[in-house]
Design a protein. Sequence first.
Length: 70
Amino acid sequence: MNVTENINISKPKGRKILQKLERNKVIDQIENTIPVGEDGLPEMTYSIEESFEKLWNKMEEHYGFDLRKL
């Protein structure tokens, strides 16, 4: 029997599930769909919340005040 499951590993709970699956010796194959760079290491990916937080921080550095308070 084969079971295919998509696990969102951008959140701690998803990463924890994946770690438990990887430790299980009975599992035949885990496909890694994380983008891999030319050096073979996973490319850094960010959630939408992390992306916007970085954007707001950059804008605060540039303008000198928090634009979210306008």
